[in-house]
Design a protein around this ligand. Structure first.
Ligand code: NAP
Length: 317
């Protein structure tokens, strides 16, 4: 049986605390709105009267709040920060790789080990054997917290000591999920326009998810290899499909913004000469925006980097 403190009892934090209790761990909880702890206390968790009490109560301190700014506001106080020494701080709030790096520096300065994690599930999926959590950070931090993390997800994937990896992969996955969700919502309008059931559409997509996953895996391999010839589905074939979706939106008088946006990108790729290449060649038009650091001179990048570090140094957010 392990011991953990859970800071943050929103939808996700509560599910994490429940999963820990289910596996018999000793759990101390804290939340700004303390009433959310009531069901957990009835289930044997200890309610901490303050964040400092929660941090001091356990060797593993898990934080799951809205973002890293909230994390910082809760932990960077005179009472809490010193209590972190010797503990493992596990950050399960969603953030960016830079925020993870800053938080690791901040935690180490206070004598704590730091692990950054990203939950690939909704609250109702927490604790299942097929649920995934990405983790990155110091090996020692991972080894100390792994027995508790496996209560939260059967598939805990440690990505190594580069602490930004978990949030990078999390944001990449979220990008995929949100893109797919946009497509699904437009698809739902298509179904409605022809009297088809949207719940059946969702169920059908879940059933063919492995085949779609294979298609995505193939696109990743193409990008990794940099070989876009002999396409399974060319950029121009995909553009043709998108043109039909836009045409249908006009015919059915439904909103056409999602397919029109996607079609614009595929047309850009065609205009740049990639029409007969694999669909993955679309990545060639997704280069940095004009104000992105990669377009600045080396000197400007140095200044940018220095300014950004100065504004974040020593902060967990
Ligand atoms: P949520 O239900 O909105 O809960 C937010 C939590 O943050 C609550 O505990 C809330 O406290 C706390 N909080 C917000 N502002 C605060 C402040 N100023 N001071 C103190 N506490 C504050 O959100 P959630 O779904 O649990 O998500 C929590 C984190 O998990 C997010 O980073 C989210 O991206 C990540 N996540 C969520 C899911 C999901 O499906 N829900 C999946 C993966 C990752 P109160 O209860 O007092 O408001």
């Amino acid at each position: 049986m392990g011991e953990a403190s859970m800071i943050g009892l929103g939808a996700m934090g509560s599910a994490l605390a429940r999963a820990l209790r289910r596996d018999g761990h000793r759990v101390t909880v804290w939340n700004r709105t303390s009433a959310k702890a009531d069901p957990l206390v009835r289930d044997g968790a200890v309610l901490a009267p303050s964040v400092a009490f929660a941090v001091a109560a356990s060797p593993i301190v898990i934080v799951c709040v809205s973002d890293y700014t909230v994390t910082h506001s809760l932990l960077e106080t005179q009472e809490v920060a010193p209590a972190l020494a010797g503990r493992v701080l596990v950050q399960l709030s969603t953030g960016t790789p830079q925020e993870a790096r800053d938080c690791e520096v901040w935690a180490r300065e206070r004598g704590a080990d730091y692990l950054d994690g990203a939950i690939q599930a909704t609250p109702s999926q927490v604790g299942r054997p097929d649920t995934t959590i990405f983790a990155s950070g110091a090996d020692a931090a991972f080894r100390r917290s792994e027995p508790l993390l496996t209560s939260l997800a059967g598939n805990v994937t440690y990505l190594g000591e580069s602490v930004g990896s978990a949030s990078a992969l999390d944001l990449a996955t979220l990008s995929y999920v949100f893109g797919a969700a946009l497509g699904f919502f437009h698809g739902a309008r298509i179904c409605e326009s022809e009297g088809l059931r949207v719940d059946a559409f969702g169920a059908m997509l879940a059933a063919i998810a492995p085949v779609i996953g294979e298609m995505i895996k193939h696109q990743g391999e193409v990008i990794h290899a940099g070989v876009y010839e002999s396409p399974q589905a060319s950029v121009s074939t995909c553009a043709g499909g998108l043109e039909r979706i836009v045409q249908h939106a006009r015919e059915a008088q439904i909103n056409a913004e999602v397919p029109t946006f996607a079609l614009g990108l595929f047309r850009q790729a065609m205009a740049s000469g990639h029409g007969q290449e694999e669909a993955a060649a679309l990545i060639k038009v997704l280069v940095g925006a004009p104000n992105h650091p990669r377009h600045l001179t080396a000197a400007a990048v140095r200044v940018f980097g220095i300014q950004r570090l100065a504004s974040r140094r020593g902060r967990c957010a």
